[in-house]
Design a protein around this ligand. Structure first.
Ligand code: C2O
Ligand code: CU
Length: 466
């Protein structure tokens, strides 16, 4: 059962052995880099749709042994160096992007722009220090629709020793799969859907299981970390059978935890809940998706043991992450227009092309990962403040993700609740929002829609921070 409390986590990491687990703290104090965790991108097979076996599933494993099931939850510590050696055992190039981590540009995982392709059989070393604690995730940035769609999406937990301690922690990696009746993959997308809201999966899972049940202490406070890693689906989550407080969104703590009613979040986004389990053993809570006309169950939590009798009102706010606030009085305004574009054929690229262009940012459709990329949307000066005036000129929602920099939503014509700083804003149809950031990280930072068909058919651009 992936019910992890601090003790089982410590035992687990000790089992990884030697220098890494035991020396991580000391290495950080000495400023040294720990030995890398081996992260092997590889093929596997899995039972995702009932008893049918899906071949050619892609996953990550720790070490060189054959991995089974969901990519591992990677655990790091805020402010301490982390190292991973990607080993590519796929039959095509790949990279790893650490979604939401504000790390050095050379570690960001975007082929051509920040690093070379990692070809089959090759390794690539990632070394960085996560500045923020919270729930993040990792995935390839090459042939992304196929690779993510085939399984390569994993959750990252960046721990902060100052975080309140919970009775248990449950990590949920939410995603769909496009599988046919026999369990095999079907076409990753349909062009007519890519030109609209995106192509949906046929099987919906949490941690690669349909409606899994997790045990948690009765009457306990459970930290539930939820990541939407699907390539298309936008969720509207809600709970039945218990109450919960929203404590963080997209990795960043909310100022004041608030009760979960219904919450919308899209591909790339995360929600952290403090869930108060029911008091009697055997009682279950269900986490549902209430978007659309047919609500369905994502996962269940079953109370075990005698009640710990915790109180949701005891949930303390999490300590904030060190994100700079923009100086609005001097900020440079940058318009970001999201629109559809005349359909045309896209140029092929090593990291895959869907063969079409449907979308554009500021009227420029991204040509794909090429050795000479198009001009940046804006050249930003290190340390300066910017306000992005994002306008969604389409009748579809777009979760817009920015690498390497976090931003704060200042206002919007469609929302009243303004979340804490984020790396991904779910822009509603016809929404216009202003978001502010400090360009405090050097390099080329991609901004794109996280509905991967939109990203890959034009809705991508980048900023250059110099
Ligand atoms: Cu989560 Cu550019 O990606
Ligand atoms: Cu989009």
């Amino acid at each position: 059962m992936p019910l992890i409390n601090r003790r089982t986590f410590l035992q687990g990491s000790a089992a990884l052995g030697g220098a890494f687990a035991l020396g991580a703290g000391m290495a950080a104090r000495a400023g040294a880099t720990p030995d890398p965790q081996l992260l092997t991108a590889q093929f596997t097979q899995a039972k995702i749709a009932g008893d049918a076996v899906t071949p050619k599933v892609m996953t990550y494993g720790l070490g060189e042994t054959q991995a089974k099931g969901t990519p591992p939850v990677l655990r790091m510590r805020k402010g301490e160096p982390y190292a991973a050696r990607l080993i590519n055992r796929l039959d095509e190039p790949t990279t790893v992007h650490w979604h939401g981590l504000r790390i050095a540009n050379a570690m960001d995982g975007v082929p051509e722009l920040t690093q070379p392709y990692v070809y089959p059989g090759d390794p690539f070393d990632y070394v960085f220090t996560p500045p923020d604690a919270g729930t993040f995730w990792y995935h390839p940035h090459c042939n992304t629709l196929t690779q993510m769609g085939s399984g390569l999406t994993g959750v990252i937990v960046v721990e902060n020793p100052e975080d309140p301690v919970f009775d248990a922690e449950i990590v949920l990696n939410l995603r769909d799969w496009r599988l046919g009746a026999g369990g095999a993959f079907i076409d990753a997308f349909k062009p007519r859907d890519a030109a609209r809201g995106g192509t949906y999966g046929t099987v919906r899972t949490a941690n690669w299981q349909q409606e899994p049940t997790y045990d948690a202490p009765a009457g306990g406070l459970v930290r539930v970390r939820i990541a939407a890693t699907d390539v298309t689906r936008i969720y509207t989550i809600g709970l039945e059978g218990a109450g919960a407080m929203v404590i963080a969104l997209d990795g960043n703590p909310v100022d004041t935890p608030f009760p979960l009613d219904r919450y919308d979040f899209g591909p790339g986004q995360r929600v952290d809940l403090a869930l108060r389990m029911p008091d009697s053993e055997g009682q279950t809570v269900s986490l549902g998706n209430f978007r659309g006309s047919h609500p369905w169950t994502i996962a269940r939590f079953r109370a075990i043991g005698t009640s710990l009798k915790r109180d949701l009102r005891d949930v303390a706010p999490l300590p904030a992450n060190p994100i700079s606030e923009a100086d609005l009085s001097v900020a440079t305004r940058v318009p970001i227009d999201l629109s559809a574009t005349a359909e045309h054929r896209a140029t092929p690229s090593i990291c895959g092309s869907l063969g079409y262009t449907f979308w554009a940012i500021n009227e420029v459709p991204w040509p794909g990962d090429t050795p000479d990329p198009i001009a940046p949307i804006e050249e930003m000066k290190l340390g300066k403040s910017y306000v992005l005036q994002i306008a969604n000129r389409t009748p579809h929602a777009h979760p817009i993700h920015l690498h390497g920099l976090s931003f704060r939503i200042l206002n919007s014509n469609k929302r009243t609740f303004l979340p804490p700083p984020t790396d991904t804003i779910l822009l509603l149809p016809d929404e216009q929002a202003e978001v502010a950031l400090v360009a405090d990280n050097l390099g080329d930072w991609v901004i794109h829609c996280h509905i991967i068909e939109h990203q890959k058919t034009g809705m991508t651009g980048y900023f250059k921070v110099v």
